[in-house]
Design a protein around this ligand. Structure first.
Ligand code: GAP
Length: 535
């Protein structure tokens, strides 16, 4: 992971936000190449899910044809939306503070081990997992007891690393950054929504939230979309946009940040066919990642156990990736696909719902009225073919654009050895991006800065530029120029050489195979197009 992080910084993929002021934890900026990569991820998603979807045909694995449409809703919405959705009451994590180090931790992200030595039994907490966590626990226990490494055998460990959530009382806990026992506060609830104030009212009257997900903007526009377009159920509404969560411990680069982008679909269907649609979307979304190059053992689909399901969900699966910053065998979530039933549309109509046995009922306050009243608008759907009125069920594939971008970057990172100009092996770092994701699609080089080669190269560059993001470079040895393009994942390099002057052909070079072939100058645009699209 360190190598990926250093490459992304060195070549301008990502920077820490506000870096010159010391940075702001949990916020990341995308540099010149990163912005292209992330835009390509979002554009592939939008194109594959929305604009190129064929609503006349039945997609492989789908129960029937369906329509897709898009939306762009606001980040700040009516505060009642978050009350009815459950975010106001339920969207929190538990945190613990350390009175000594003044650090704050997410309760469920701290683990540790019980140890007995020198007549005392205490819990050594760490934020690391696996063998790294065990090693850190050992070093800290030795330091706490003023022992040396050679005394490690005198520590009697009681069981493996376990979560801090298994520890009832913290007086015997050595916090992750503390020198004394008992410095952690009891866990406290912490709502993850960022609060802000709308207009000149600074009191609770003007209070609003930055959205923690884009999904609610879709639910509250369901009726607008149905009434204003000709979509019929089954159909999906897609949205890409920023979401904000005041994560207690943002970490692992962009994986858990406080400002991030989501790519969400809310798919509305008849309750009876919803289990088949859930299956369809799980498979369709998994295939999207494999089609773009996330394949093999590092990608998996994990169905949630019933006790893990959200309060509204009848089924959820996560698409997960084995990010290199995780301990071996651990996976991180890229996307969740949830069967949400009719929870959301009913909540925004009737008021916040709670589960009572098998039913969802409106939660009542002490006065017997809905605790968080809904809009009162009828969000049911009338099917004028079957003459049936029903509240649609929702399948929600919810992906993170930043996590997807990070996974594509990690997967693309490769090291190998290639012959240099003298045929000697030279270590190479390259990014094996799918051509659709590559920030730069082709680079154009004149072999030397004379004999009319730069002029031909500039003409080719200008012919390509209206169609693709291409790069022109005439500086330095051609081997160095190839290496710089490999390092940022450019699939093709086009070199204008002495043969070009004789027969009007150029050299194309493939990033992955290093194969070279000749193409007529006039055919360059078509050749790049054909190679990028695979047709
Ligand atoms: N509407 C459902 C929803 O928001 P979620 O699992 O909380 O579900 C969906 O979020 C996706 O958003 C996640 O799979 C992840 O890719 C991304 N995501 C969530 N929190 C994130 C964070 N703090 N930083 C980066 N991405 C995040």
């Amino acid at each position: 992971m360190d190598k990926v992080v250093s490459l992304t910084k060195r070549r301008g993929f990502m920077f820490q936000s506000s870096e010159i002021y010391g940075g702001l934890n949990g916020f990341w900026d995308y540099g010149p190449l990163g912005v292209e990569l992330k835009r390509n991820v979002k554009e592939c998603w939008w194109r594959d899910m929305v604009t190129s979807h064929d609503e006349l045909a039945t997609a492989a694995g789908a129960p029937m044809p369906y329509e897709m449409t898009g939306l762009d809703s606001t980040i700040i919405m009516h505060p009642q939306i978050w009350k009815c959705s459950g975010h106001y009451d339920l969207f929190h994590d538990f945190m613990v503070d350390c009175r000594e180090s003044k650090k704050r931790y997410r309760h469920d992200q701290v683990s540790g081990r019980w140890v007995e030595a020198r007549g005392q039994r205490f819990f050594v907490a760490t934020q690391l997992g696996g063998t790294e966590g065990e090693e850190e626990a050992q070093q800290r226990a030795l330091k706490f007891l003023n022992l040396r490494a050679k005394d490690a055998a005198s520590l009697a460990w009681d069981g493996p690393l376990v979560s801090l959530t298994t520890v009832a009382e913290f007086s015997q806990v050595l916090g992750p950054d503390a020198k004394a026992l008992g410095t952690l506060t009891p866990p406290r609830e912490f709502n993850l929504m960022f609060k802000t104030y709308v207009g000149a009212l600074s009191g609770e009257e003007g209070a609003a939230f930055l959205r923690p997900e884009t999904a609610q903007g879709i639910f509250v526009n369901f009726k607008n979309v149905v009434d204003s377009s000709r979509v019929r159920i089954p159909f999906g509404i897609a949205q890409i946009g920023k979401s904000f969560r005041n994560e207690i411990t943002p970490r692992n680069f962009t994986f858990r940040s406080r400002e991030f982008e989501q790519m969400e679909i809310e798919f509305f269907c008849h309750p009876q066919s919803s289990p088949q649609w859930y299956q369809y979307w799980r498979d369709r979304r998994y295939r999207w990642y494999t089609d773009l190059g996330l394949a093999g053992e590092r990608l998996r689909m994990r169905e949630h156990h019933t006790d893990e399901l959200s309060h509204y969900s009848c089924g959820t699966a996560d698409i997960e990736y084995a990010f290199p910053f995780l301990p071996p065998g651990e996976f991180g979530e890229l996307e969740g696909i949830a069967h949400r039933g009719d929870f959301d549309l009913r909540s925004h109509s009737e008021g916040k719902l709670v589960r009572q046995g098998n039913d969802l009922v409106v939660e009542l306050g002490p006065d017997g009225k809905p605790r968080h009243p809904g809009s009162g608008r009828d969000l049911s759907y009338f099917d004028d073919f079957t003459r049936e009125r029903f509240v649609p069920h929702v399948i929600e594939p919810s992906a993170g654009a930043d996590r997807g971008t990070l996974a594509f970057l990690c997967e693309a990172y490769r090291e190998d050895s290639v012959p240099d100009e003298k045929g000697e092996p030279r270590a190479r770092v390259y990014l094996k991006f799918h051509p659709r994701l590559a920030p730069i699609k082709a680079a154009v080089f004149p072999l030397v800065k004379k004999d009319g080669m730069p002029e031909i190269a500039v003409d080719i560059y200008r012919a390509l530029k209206p169609h693709f993001n291409v790069f022109y470079d005439e500086k330095g040895a051609v081997g160095r120029r190839y290496a710089r393009q490999d390092e940022v994942g450019t699939p093709f390099c086009i070199t204008i050489d002495s043969q070009t002057l004789a027969d009007q052909t150029v050299t194309f070079r493939d990033r992955d195979t290093l194969k070279q072939w000749r193409v007529r100058v006039d055919d360059c645009v078509e050749e790049v197009r054909r190679r990028l699209t695979g047709n």
